[in-house]
Design a protein around this ligand. Structure first.
Ligand code: GDP
Length: 148
């Protein structure tokens, strides 16, 4: 039997194209990169996060020294949140995204191509199926999600 969050052999995750990449005009290129990597786009939303929204989204990082900077960055301009599905979606997105520090990200990854440094790294990707479910619910209602 399928559990919530699964669609056949598919797994679900969430990405956010961050303000640096949106500002640089790389939204379309990053979406194309994800489609070329066989991710299905289930829902997409462009928005400018409020401070309260960014603080809530990154609440797990509340105690980290970079939290205030991260919230300021994530509210510095519009983002594009995208609900994604494919086989092994969480791990595969982490692969195509690359390491957190854009300067260390492997050749050809999204952060290598479009990120600048450890903070301005172009894209977010959920780090587990559990967090993917929480993060997807933050941006999208069940009625927003459209399959193939
Ligand atoms: P991720 O899962 O690869 O996105 O990395 P983390 O969950 O560790 O961090 C969340 C986000 O915080 C990263 O994507 C960066 O935008 C930012 N970040 C992480 N480490 C640092 C840091 O040392 N300094 C700053 N300014 N931002 C950071």
């Amino acid at each position: 039997m399928m559990s919530v969050g699964e669609t056949g052999g598919m797994e679900e995750t969430l990405t956010i194209i961050k303000p640096d990449a949106v500002r640089a005009g790389n939204t379309g290129r990053i979406i194309a990169h994800l489609e070329d990597a066989r991710f299905e786009i289930q829902a997409m939303r462009r928005m400018h996060l409020s401070r309260a929204q960014a603080e809530a989204f990154y609440a797990v990082h509340r105690e980290r020294p970079f939290y205030a900077d991260l919230v300021a960055f994530m509210t510095s301009g519009p983002v594009v949140a995208i609900a994604l599905a494919r086989e092994n979606a969480v791990a595969h997105l982490r692969d195509v995204m690359g390491a957190t520090d854009s300067t260390q990200a492997a050749e050809g990854t999204i952060r290598n191509l479009y990120g600048t440094n450890i903070q301005n790294n172009a894209i977010h990707g959920s780090d587990s199926p559990e967090n993917a479910a929480i993060e997807r619910a933050f941006f999208f209602a069940a009625c927003d999600l459209v399959g193939r």
